[in-house]
Structures are given as structure tokens and as C-alpha cells.
Design a protein around this ligand. Structure first.
Ligand code: NAD
Length: 353
């Protein structure tokens, strides 16, 4: 980092498709979604800088494996550091004339945020503010913010549409994401930043965070352990395959680039599938994909967990041309094949049986 001085030469030649390769900063680049995004941006010819602190929320070695393929690409740079370090951000944003920032770094997870709300707010709110402040001082003027379906809180009026108030989050994590969105709007209003907030709905696929249900359940099934199912199994989630999320982020980058040419823009869109699946159904379909018979262990509902998420994807389709393609069963098949490449199959379970 620090010696490219790309401000001196902000215009690069167009690639084969006539599109000028962009310079993108991805925060949280070594994480689940961030690493897939880096791979995709590099594959379409962009130059990518990743910022990641390799925090201890889950083992940093997993994050190093996530980002390893991107790091083999000559157009990838990794900056190891903390989002809350304003001096680091000022240096990075001064040295490189980024076209846009995709902000994915966060302390994720509903339950961990209940255990440690201060840490959640420190990273998700103070960290986001630190990035916004650095962008105000140094540029660039275009930001995509990784928000969450959890901002909708406990609702029955599915599908969730973006213009609902979102003022009753039921966990510190949800409150931190809603606060992040609001800070983005404030900086749009005060300093002409163009921002698109993307509300991701339960993302899954290869490299999924080990704390999330599909990955956690797969691990337990492979170990022959029962799955802890919170509630009666009727809670439902709108599961979204990671490639579709990456496609939505890419469309969002194109939208913000196009629409902010004359005046700054701000908007919020859901990235989901509008197809919620109950927890019981998810377990059955995951078991089929993994070819394992699961044992389940019912536990009381967890505070902070909403009973339903369901995106309206109409606005994302209309505004940015988002078009999710991978259904739950196909996504689970792809996840299962990734999972079995790195996990020994249990002896008693015959493949295919
Ligand atoms: P992840 O934990 O795999 O990735 C986040 C990355 O941010 C990690 O690599 C971590 O090391 C890094 N990070 C954490 N604190 C940092 C800091 N202070 N400075 C720099 N880097 C830091 O999570 P993910 O599942 O890939 O989620 C990415 C984003 O999408 C997060 O903002 C998350 O809240 C949001 N989101 C995810 C989901 C989902 O289902 N995975 C759903 C809704 C929203």
C-alpha cells in the first residue's frame, strides 16, 4: 500500500468490453461475501484493494484461505488493518484514486451482538463513521454499504419493502446496521456522497461463515451430532446464494457510477429471493444435499432472532437490474460439494445413501 500514487493517472484504458476497469476498495475483503466479491471484480478486469483486520470473530486462517485465490491475481492488493484507524484510511484513500468503496467489514451476528453490544457498535457504527469521515476528507464519493434484512425487525407483512420505517430493530446487530444506513444518508446529505445501501437476506454458499446455520448444521451432521433447532422449526428465512449477492453488488456499483454523474444519489435496496423457507424445511433440504440423515434437538426460541425474513426484490430489479438466479436446492448442492472437498465424510454414512 501507499506507493501507487494513482491520483496522477486516474484514467486507465478500457478493457475488451469497452468498460473502463474500476479501482474498488472492498472492506471486509477476506470475509465470506467480500472474498467472493474480490474474485468476481478481478475476473471482470477491475483493480481491487481489500482492507481487512482478520478479526477473531471466527478463525483468521479461514479468512486467509478465502482471500488466497484473489491474492494470486496481479490486480489484487491486500491492506491488513482496522476500519477504525482513520490515519490508515486517510493514507489509503489519498494514495489511490478509487472509483468506489464497497463496505462489508463488520462484526456480524445477532447473538454475539447481544453478548457484546459495545463491540458490535464499535465496529459497525464507529467503524462505518470512520470510513465515511475518511471518504469526506479524501474521496471517493461513491459507497456501497452492506446492510442487512435484520433492520426490518419482527414483521408479518411480507414481503418486506424498502420504504418501511425500520425503526424497531430487535437486536444490537440490527440496530447497528440501521444506524450505519442512517449515517450513510447523513453523509450523502451533508457532503454529497453517493450511497447505495444493500440489505442482504441470509447469504449462503461456499466459504459461508462458520457461525451461520447452513455451515454450522453441515459441520454438526458430518460429526454425527444433533442440530440445535431454536423454536418449533417454523421460523423462516429468505436464503440468497452468494453469487446472486455478488451480482447485486456489481449491479449496484454500475448504478451508482451511472446515476451519480450529474448529482449525488442515495438509495436502499433489498438483495434477497422473495422465497422464504422454514427452518425445518431447510434442514431437510440441506440433509438431502449432504446425503446425511440429521438428528435434531429442539431448543427454545432465541431472543433477537426474527421469525421471518422475506425480501421484496421488485425495487432491486427495477433500479439496478438485480436478477437472482440460484435457487435454494441448487445453492445447497454447490455448498455441499465445497463442504465435502474439505471435510471427511463420516464412516457410517454411505455416499449417496
Ligand atoms: P464475514 O465476517 O465473513 O466478513 C467480514 C470481514 O470484515 C471479516 O473478514 C473481518 O475480518 C472483517 N472485519 C471485521 N472487523 C473489521 C475491522 N474493524 N476492520 C477491518 N476489517 C474488519 O461476514 P460476511 O458474512 O461476509 O458479511 C459481510 C457483510 O455483510 C457484513 O457487513 C455483514 O453484516 C453483512 N451481512 C451479511 C449477511 C450474511 O448472511 N452473511 C446478511 C446480512 C448482512
Amino acid at each position: 500500500m501507499g506507493n501507487d500514487h494513482d491520483h496522477a493517472n486516474p484514467v486507465t484504458p478500457t478493457d475488451g468490453d469497452g468498460r473502463r476497469p474500476a479501482r474498488i476498495l472492498v472492506t471486509g475483503a477476506a470475509g465470506f461475501i467480500g472474498s467472493h466479491l474480490c474474485d468476481h471484480l478481478l475476473s471482470r478486469g477491475d483493480r481491487v484493494w481489500g482492507l481487512d483486520s482478520f478479526d477473531s470473530f471466527y478463525p483468521p486462517e479461514i479468512k486467509r484461505q478465502n482471500i488466497a485465490p484473489a491474492l494470486r491475481h496481479p490486480s489484487m492488493r491486500l491492506v491488513e488493518g482496522d476500519l477504525r484507524d482513520g490515519v490508515l484510511l486517510d493514507g489509503l484513500l489519498s494514495d489511490i484514486a478509487f472509483d468506489a468503496v464497497v463496505h462489508l467489514a463488520a462484526r456480524p451476528g445477532v447473538r454475539p451482538s447481544i453478548d457484546d453490544p459495545n463491540l458490535c457498535f464499535d465496529v459497525n457504527v464507529t467503524g462505518t463513521l470512520s470510513l465515511l469521515e475518511a471518504m469526506r476528507r479524501r474521496g471517493p464519493r461513491r459507497l456501497l454499504f452492506g446492510s442487512s434484512s435484520s433492520v426490518y425487525g419482527e414483521r408479518k407483512d411480507a414481503p418486506f419493502v424498502e420504504d418501511t420505517a425500520g425503526d424497531r430493530p430487535i437486536s444490537p446487530y440490527a440496530a447497528s446496521k440501521r444506524t450505519g444506513e442512517m449515517l450513510c444518508y447523513t453523509f450523502h446529505h451533508l457532503y454529497d456522497l453517493s450511497v447505495l445501501s444493500l440489505r442482504f437476506f441470509t447469504v449462503f454458499g461456499p466459504r459461508q461463515r462458520p457461525d451461520l446455520a447452513i455451515h454450522k448444521f453441515a459441520r454438526l451432521m458430518a460429526n454425527g451430532e444433533p442440530l440445535p433447532l431454536y423454536g418449533d422449526g417454523s421460523s423462516a428465512r429468505d436464503y440468497t446464494y452468494v453469487d446472486d449477492i455478488v451480482n447485486g453488488i456489481t449491479r449496484g456499483l454500475e448504478w451508482v457510477e451511472r446515476e451519480s454523474r450529474d448529482a449525488p444519489v442515495y438509495d436502499v435496496v433489498n438483495l434477497g429471493r422473495s422465497d422464504p423457507v422454514t427452518l425445518s424445511d431447510l434442514v431437510a433440504r440441506l440433509a438431502r444435499a449432504l446425503e446425511i440423515e440429521p438428528a435434531v434437538h429442539h431448543l427454545p426460541e432465541q431472543p433477537g432472532d426474527v421469525s421471518l425474513t422475506c425480501a421484496s426484490d421488485a425495487k432491486a430489479r427495477d433500479l439496478i437490474g438485480y436478477a437472482p438466479e440460484v435457487g435454494l436446492d441448487e445453492g445447497l448442492r454447490r455448498f455441499a460439494s465445497w463442504f465435502w472437498e474439505r471435510t471427511p465424510r463420516p464412516e457410517k454414512v454411505a455416499a449417496g445413501g
